[in-house]
Design a protein around this ligand. Structure first.
Ligand code: GLU
Length: 299
């Protein structure tokens, strides 16, 4: 067995951990551990307004209670600004300062792009630095009009053109907060992460990340995105659904009951019998993971 497989769980401490987060943690843990690898924990607390230490602390207690121990030191993105700065600098001429407001960007959208996605129209691409030097600006990465291709272990072949998917994207906000896309690439690469496992809401983000890996000359991980947990109305579970917070569920269920229900919902087991992550290791395989979003009936 190879010991160089490195998986990770990278939650944002912007709310209590919910069942969807547990699913991401469980699948990445199972995949890494089944291959004899390491499983790292990184707290993605880049945004000081939205991140709270109490959520991070609770999340760690929840992971321990669920039977999902991580390896090594926990990394906090809020402490790694100088590292992101260094890599941002390396991108040099591919980046530019942007002074657009969100409303200006929305006003410049073509009608066919009004599906909720915001595609940056490149307004600030040609601006000289002196024209913007008096203001605090966001930093964007120029993207080519080319298709980026990659394989996802669950959803198969992906082809994304960044120019039409998102346009030049933000690496650092105008308030100095580094963007998720840059931080996730730098941190995964520096931690030696070889496989990224997470919800399919980030399936297309992988294209932005792969582009960054290539421009920074860093080794790319493999990607496995899993279906999302939804409620009976078809809405994705989120941190606002208090009932799905693990801290609430802990008062009603044992950890093996929660793990067993999730394993069954995602296709890993035939019944929703209680199970520990350890017990699921033996029969874990990516082939069993279903692609459709899963309705869960936890409470
Ligand atoms: N921090 C992100 C989240 O909680 C996950 C990022 C990732 O796994 O790449 O949604």
């Amino acid at each position: 067995m190879s010991s160089c497989v490195v998986g990770r769980f990278a939650p944002s401490p912007t709310g209590a951990m919910h069942a969807g987060n547990v699913l991401a943690a469980l699948l990445s843990w199972l995949s890494a551990k089944q291959q004899g690898g390491l499983w790292l924990l990184r707290i993605e607390d880049l945004d000081p307004q939205r991140s709270h230490r109490e959520y991070a602390d609770q999340l760690m207690r929840d992971l321990e209670w669920l039977g999902l121990p991580w390896d090594g030191e926990v990394l906090y993105q809020s402490q790694r600004t100088a590292i992101y700065e260094h890599y941002l600098h390396q991108l040099g001429d591919l980046t530019y300062a942007c002074t657009c407001t969100r409303n200006e960007i929305l006003a410049a959208q073509a009608p066919h792009e009004s599906d909720g996605r915001v595609v940056y129209p490149g307004t600030c691409r040609g601006k000289t630095l002196s024209a913007v030097s008096s203001q605090r600006t966001a930093i964007r990465l120029m993207v080519p009009d080319e298709v980026i291709m990659y394989e996802d272990r669950v959803y198969g072949h992906q082809a994304v053109n960044l120019a039409t998917h998102c346009g030049d994207f933000i690496l650092c906000r105008s308030d100095g907060v580094f963007a998720y896309q840059l931080a996730v690439v730098v941190d995964d690469a520096l931690s030696g992460v070889t496989e990224v496992v997470r919800g399919r809401d980030l399936l297309l983000s992988a294209a932005q990340q792969i582009y960054l890996y290539r421009k920074l000359g860093l080794p790319e991980p493999t990607y496995s995105h899993h279906p999302l947990l939804i409620n009976e109305q078809g809405q994705r579970l989120c941190k606002r659904d208090k009932a799905m917070a693990i801290s609430e569920m802990r008062t009603l269920y044992t950890a093996p009951q929660i793990i067993g229900m999730l394993a069954h919902a995602i296709g890993l087991t035939a019944t929703n019998e209680p199970a520990t992550p350890e017990q699921l290791l033996r029969d874990f395989t990516w082939e069993k993971i279903l692609r459709e979003d899963r309705v869960v009936h936890l409470l």
